[in-house]
Design a protein around this ligand. Structure first.
Ligand code: RIB
Length: 296
Protein backbone atom coordinates (compact mmCIF):
# COMPACT_ATOMS: atom_id res chain seq x y z
CA UNK A 1 0.00 0.00 0.00
CA UNK A 2 1.47 3.31 -1.09
CA UNK A 3 0.45 6.62 0.46
CA UNK A 4 1.69 10.06 -0.58
CA UNK A 5 1.46 12.72 2.12
CA UNK A 6 1.68 16.33 0.95
CA UNK A 7 1.99 18.80 3.81
CA UNK A 8 3.79 20.55 6.61
CA UNK A 9 6.86 19.56 8.58
CA UNK A 10 7.42 21.51 11.82
CA UNK A 11 9.53 21.53 14.92
CA UNK A 12 7.15 21.65 17.90
CA UNK A 13 8.00 23.71 20.99
CA UNK A 14 5.71 22.35 23.68
CA UNK A 15 4.82 23.84 27.07
CA UNK A 16 2.96 21.71 29.59
CA UNK A 17 0.68 23.82 31.78
CA UNK A 18 -1.93 23.21 34.46
CA UNK A 19 -4.56 25.25 32.61
CA UNK A 20 -4.39 26.94 29.20
CA UNK A 21 -3.67 30.68 29.67
CA UNK A 22 -6.51 33.17 29.34
CA UNK A 23 -6.22 36.37 27.26
CA UNK A 24 -3.70 38.73 28.93
CA UNK A 25 -2.65 36.12 31.52
CA UNK A 26 0.96 35.10 32.27
CA UNK A 27 1.39 31.59 33.63
CA UNK A 28 4.30 29.31 34.52
CA UNK A 29 4.84 26.08 32.59
CA UNK A 30 5.30 22.78 34.43
CA UNK A 31 7.50 21.31 31.73
CA UNK A 32 8.94 21.99 28.26
CA UNK A 33 10.08 19.87 25.34
CA UNK A 34 10.99 20.18 21.68
CA UNK A 35 9.87 17.43 19.34
CA UNK A 36 9.17 16.71 15.66
CA UNK A 37 5.73 17.61 14.34
CA UNK A 38 3.79 19.22 11.51
CA UNK A 39 0.47 17.79 10.42
CA UNK A 40 1.91 16.44 7.17
CA UNK A 41 4.93 14.79 8.77
CA UNK A 42 2.82 13.40 11.63
CA UNK A 43 0.42 11.81 9.14
CA UNK A 44 3.35 10.39 7.16
CA UNK A 45 4.93 8.83 10.27
CA UNK A 46 1.58 7.49 11.48
CA UNK A 47 0.85 5.85 8.10
CA UNK A 48 4.33 4.32 7.99
CA UNK A 49 4.05 2.92 11.53
CA UNK A 50 0.69 1.38 10.54
CA UNK A 51 2.31 -0.46 7.64
CA UNK A 52 2.14 1.80 4.55
CA UNK A 53 4.91 2.75 2.13
CA UNK A 54 5.01 6.52 2.41
CA UNK A 55 6.38 9.32 0.24
CA UNK A 56 6.53 12.68 2.05
CA UNK A 57 6.24 15.82 -0.08
CA UNK A 58 7.03 18.95 1.93
CA UNK A 59 9.50 21.78 2.49
CA UNK A 60 12.13 22.47 5.14
CA UNK A 61 14.70 25.16 5.78
CA UNK A 62 18.41 24.69 5.19
CA UNK A 63 18.98 24.78 8.95
CA UNK A 64 19.70 22.36 11.77
CA UNK A 65 16.01 21.83 12.56
CA UNK A 66 15.33 21.05 8.90
CA UNK A 67 18.13 18.49 8.72
CA UNK A 68 17.08 16.91 12.00
CA UNK A 69 13.43 16.59 10.89
CA UNK A 70 14.41 15.11 7.53
CA UNK A 71 16.76 12.58 9.19
CA UNK A 72 14.06 11.50 11.60
CA UNK A 73 11.59 10.88 8.74
CA UNK A 74 14.27 8.97 6.86
CA UNK A 75 14.95 6.81 9.93
CA UNK A 76 11.24 6.00 10.11
CA UNK A 77 11.63 4.48 6.64
CA UNK A 78 9.71 7.23 4.86
CA UNK A 79 10.78 8.20 1.33
CA UNK A 80 12.11 11.74 1.84
CA UNK A 81 12.94 12.42 -1.82
CA UNK A 82 9.84 14.67 -1.92
CA UNK A 83 11.29 17.10 0.62
CA UNK A 84 12.45 20.44 -0.76
CA UNK A 85 15.16 22.33 1.16
CA UNK A 86 14.70 26.10 0.99
CA UNK A 87 16.45 29.26 2.27
CA UNK A 88 13.45 29.99 4.52
CA UNK A 89 13.62 28.78 8.13
CA UNK A 90 11.99 25.46 8.98
CA UNK A 91 8.39 25.83 10.15
CA UNK A 92 7.59 25.57 13.83
CA UNK A 93 4.66 25.30 16.18
CA UNK A 94 4.18 26.72 19.66
CA UNK A 95 2.00 24.28 21.57
CA UNK A 96 0.52 24.45 25.07
CA UNK A 97 -0.94 21.30 26.60
CA UNK A 98 -3.00 21.35 29.79
CA UNK A 99 -3.38 18.65 32.45
CA UNK A 100 -6.47 17.22 30.73
CA UNK A 101 -4.53 16.78 27.49
CA UNK A 102 -6.25 19.64 25.62
CA UNK A 103 -4.00 21.93 23.59
CA UNK A 104 -3.63 25.17 21.68
CA UNK A 105 -1.31 25.38 18.68
CA UNK A 106 0.14 28.42 16.90
CA UNK A 107 2.06 27.59 13.73
CA UNK A 108 4.72 29.68 12.04
CA UNK A 109 4.75 28.26 8.48
CA UNK A 110 8.33 29.19 7.51
CA UNK A 111 9.51 26.86 4.76
CA UNK A 112 6.08 25.18 4.54
CA UNK A 113 4.88 28.34 2.77
CA UNK A 114 7.50 27.68 0.06
CA UNK A 115 6.03 24.35 -0.99
CA UNK A 116 4.99 25.32 -4.50
CA UNK A 117 2.81 23.44 -6.95
CA UNK A 118 5.70 23.14 -9.42
CA UNK A 119 7.62 21.07 -6.84
CA UNK A 120 4.65 18.76 -6.27
CA UNK A 121 4.33 18.44 -10.05
CA UNK A 122 7.71 16.63 -10.05
CA UNK A 123 6.01 13.72 -8.28
CA UNK A 124 3.11 13.12 -10.68
CA UNK A 125 4.19 9.55 -11.34
CA UNK A 126 4.34 8.72 -7.62
CA UNK A 127 0.91 10.30 -7.09
CA UNK A 128 -0.43 8.27 -10.02
CA UNK A 129 0.91 5.01 -8.55
CA UNK A 130 -0.28 5.78 -5.02
CA UNK A 131 -3.40 4.27 -3.44
CA UNK A 132 -4.10 7.47 -1.57
CA UNK A 133 -2.96 11.08 -1.17
CA UNK A 134 -3.43 12.74 2.22
CA UNK A 135 -3.15 16.51 2.37
CA UNK A 136 -3.81 19.25 4.96
CA UNK A 137 -3.94 23.08 4.92
CA UNK A 138 -0.58 24.11 6.44
CA UNK A 139 0.86 24.65 2.94
CA UNK A 140 -0.24 27.20 0.28
CA UNK A 141 -3.84 26.71 -0.92
CA UNK A 142 -2.65 26.92 -4.54
CA UNK A 143 -0.40 23.92 -3.91
CA UNK A 144 -3.24 22.05 -2.22
CA UNK A 145 -5.50 22.70 -5.23
CA UNK A 146 -2.88 21.63 -7.78
CA UNK A 147 -1.90 18.50 -5.82
CA UNK A 148 -5.49 17.39 -5.46
CA UNK A 149 -6.14 18.02 -9.15
CA UNK A 150 -3.16 15.81 -10.08
CA UNK A 151 -4.43 13.02 -7.83
CA UNK A 152 -7.96 13.32 -9.21
CA UNK A 153 -6.69 13.20 -12.81
CA UNK A 154 -5.22 9.75 -12.05
CA UNK A 155 -8.13 8.51 -9.95
CA UNK A 156 -5.97 8.36 -6.79
CA UNK A 157 -8.10 8.66 -3.64
CA UNK A 158 -7.77 12.06 -1.93
CA UNK A 159 -8.26 12.58 1.80
CA UNK A 160 -8.28 16.27 2.71
CA UNK A 161 -7.76 17.05 6.38
CA UNK A 162 -8.89 20.72 6.44
CA UNK A 163 -6.61 21.75 9.30
CA UNK A 164 -6.19 24.51 10.15
CA UNK A 165 -9.63 25.46 8.81
CA UNK A 166 -9.66 28.28 6.27
CA UNK A 167 -11.71 29.19 3.22
CA UNK A 168 -11.39 26.46 0.61
CA UNK A 169 -12.07 27.14 -3.10
CA UNK A 170 -14.93 25.11 -4.61
CA UNK A 171 -12.63 23.43 -7.15
CA UNK A 172 -10.85 21.73 -4.23
CA UNK A 173 -14.06 20.38 -2.70
CA UNK A 174 -15.05 18.92 -6.07
CA UNK A 175 -11.77 16.97 -6.33
CA UNK A 176 -11.81 15.54 -2.80
CA UNK A 177 -13.03 12.03 -2.00
CA UNK A 178 -13.09 12.31 1.79
CA UNK A 179 -12.85 15.47 3.91
CA UNK A 180 -12.03 15.03 7.61
CA UNK A 181 -12.63 18.16 9.75
CA UNK A 182 -12.89 18.06 13.52
CA UNK A 183 -15.95 19.72 15.09
CA UNK A 184 -14.29 23.14 15.35
CA UNK A 185 -13.05 23.03 11.78
CA UNK A 186 -16.46 21.90 10.51
CA UNK A 187 -18.13 24.85 12.26
CA UNK A 188 -15.57 27.27 10.85
CA UNK A 189 -15.94 25.90 7.31
CA UNK A 190 -19.73 25.79 7.29
CA UNK A 191 -20.96 28.31 9.88
CA UNK A 192 -22.98 25.70 11.78
CA UNK A 193 -22.26 23.62 14.87
CA UNK A 194 -24.80 21.00 13.79
CA UNK A 195 -22.66 18.09 12.60
CA UNK A 196 -25.18 16.61 10.17
CA UNK A 197 -26.06 20.00 8.67
CA UNK A 198 -22.37 20.94 8.40
CA UNK A 199 -21.50 17.64 6.70
CA UNK A 200 -24.38 18.16 4.21
CA UNK A 201 -23.05 21.64 3.39
CA UNK A 202 -19.63 20.15 2.56
CA UNK A 203 -21.27 17.52 0.36
CA UNK A 204 -23.25 20.24 -1.44
CA UNK A 205 -19.89 21.86 -2.22
CA UNK A 206 -18.85 18.67 -4.04
CA UNK A 207 -17.13 16.36 -1.53
CA UNK A 208 -18.10 12.66 -1.80
CA UNK A 209 -17.77 11.66 1.84
CA UNK A 210 -17.43 13.55 5.13
CA UNK A 211 -15.79 12.23 8.29
CA UNK A 212 -15.97 14.43 11.40
CA UNK A 213 -13.65 13.60 14.28
CA UNK A 214 -15.45 14.14 17.57
CA UNK A 215 -12.57 13.73 20.03
CA UNK A 216 -13.61 11.57 22.99
CA UNK A 217 -17.07 11.18 21.39
CA UNK A 218 -15.74 9.08 18.47
CA UNK A 219 -16.36 9.93 14.83
CA UNK A 220 -19.20 10.73 12.43
CA UNK A 221 -19.58 9.80 8.75
CA UNK A 222 -21.90 10.98 6.00
CA UNK A 223 -22.17 10.05 2.32
CA UNK A 224 -25.06 9.88 -0.13
CA UNK A 225 -25.60 6.28 0.94
CA UNK A 226 -25.32 6.38 4.70
CA UNK A 227 -24.74 8.08 8.00
CA UNK A 228 -22.66 6.50 10.78
CA UNK A 229 -21.67 7.39 14.31
CA UNK A 230 -18.72 5.31 15.43
CA UNK A 231 -18.17 5.00 19.17
CA UNK A 232 -14.93 6.10 20.82
CA UNK A 233 -12.58 3.81 22.71
CA UNK A 234 -11.73 4.61 26.32
CA UNK A 235 -8.10 5.45 27.11
CA UNK A 236 -6.25 7.55 29.67
CA UNK A 237 -5.67 10.66 27.53
CA UNK A 238 -2.78 12.94 28.51
CA UNK A 239 -2.03 14.86 25.27
CA UNK A 240 -4.33 15.18 22.26
CA UNK A 241 -1.58 16.55 19.96
CA UNK A 242 -1.48 14.66 16.62
CA UNK A 243 -4.53 12.50 17.45
CA UNK A 244 -6.29 13.97 14.40
CA UNK A 245 -3.19 13.30 12.32
CA UNK A 246 -2.96 9.63 13.23
CA UNK A 247 -6.74 9.28 12.72
CA UNK A 248 -6.33 10.49 9.12
CA UNK A 249 -3.41 8.17 8.45
CA UNK A 250 -5.34 5.23 9.91
CA UNK A 251 -8.37 6.03 7.75
CA UNK A 252 -6.19 5.90 4.62
CA UNK A 253 -4.57 2.64 5.76
CA UNK A 254 -7.86 1.01 6.78
CA UNK A 255 -9.60 1.82 3.50
CA UNK A 256 -6.59 0.66 1.49
CA UNK A 257 -6.67 -2.61 3.41
CA UNK A 258 -10.24 -2.93 2.08
CA UNK A 259 -11.91 -2.50 5.45
CA UNK A 260 -15.39 -1.05 4.99
CA UNK A 261 -15.99 2.51 6.19
CA UNK A 262 -17.33 1.51 9.61
CA UNK A 263 -14.39 -0.80 10.33
CA UNK A 264 -11.94 1.83 9.03
CA UNK A 265 -13.42 4.40 11.39
CA UNK A 266 -13.24 1.98 14.32
CA UNK A 267 -9.58 1.38 13.48
CA UNK A 268 -8.99 5.16 13.17
CA UNK A 269 -10.71 5.84 16.50
CA UNK A 270 -8.36 3.36 18.19
CA UNK A 271 -5.25 4.84 16.53
CA UNK A 272 -6.32 8.41 17.42
CA UNK A 273 -7.11 7.41 21.01
CA UNK A 274 -3.79 5.61 21.50
CA UNK A 275 -2.01 8.75 20.27
CA UNK A 276 -3.49 10.72 23.19
CA UNK A 277 -1.95 8.35 25.74
CA UNK A 278 1.59 9.67 25.16
CA UNK A 279 3.15 13.12 25.15
CA UNK A 280 4.18 14.86 21.91
CA UNK A 281 3.27 14.61 18.23
CA UNK A 282 5.40 12.06 16.36
CA UNK A 283 6.63 10.55 19.65
CA UNK A 284 3.10 9.47 20.46
CA UNK A 285 2.09 7.84 17.14
CA UNK A 286 1.35 4.14 17.68
CA UNK A 287 2.94 1.23 15.82
CA UNK A 288 0.74 -1.40 14.17
CA UNK A 289 1.44 -4.14 16.72
CA UNK A 290 0.35 -1.80 19.54
CA UNK A 291 -2.93 -1.11 17.71
CA UNK A 292 -3.51 -4.81 17.02
CA UNK A 293 -2.84 -5.67 20.68
CA UNK A 294 -5.33 -3.00 21.79
CA UNK A 295 -7.97 -4.36 19.38
CA UNK A 296 -7.66 -7.84 20.91
O1 RIB B 1 -1.63 18.30 14.53
C1 RIB B 1 -0.56 18.59 15.39
C2 RIB B 1 0.47 19.39 14.65
O2 RIB B 1 -0.07 20.64 14.29
C3 RIB B 1 1.70 19.72 15.46
O3 RIB B 1 2.68 18.73 15.39
C4 RIB B 1 2.11 21.08 14.92
O4 RIB B 1 3.36 21.09 14.31
C5 RIB B 1 0.99 21.52 13.99
O5 RIB B 1 1.30 21.35 12.67
Amino acid sequence: MKIVVIGSINMDYVLHVANLPKKGETITALNYHISPGGKGANQAVAAKRLGADVLMIGALGNDSAGLDLCNRLDKEGIDVSGILFTDTATGNAMITVDEKGSNTIVVFPGANAKLEKTWVGNFREEIKKADCVIIQLEIPMETVAASIAIARSYGTRVILNPAPAKEIPLEIYRNVDIITPNETELAKLTGTEDINRGAKILMDRGVQEVVVTLGDKGSYYLSNERELIVKPVKVNAIDSTAAGDSFNAALAVGLNEKLDMEASLQFSNIVGALTTTKIGAQNSLPYRDEVDRFKK
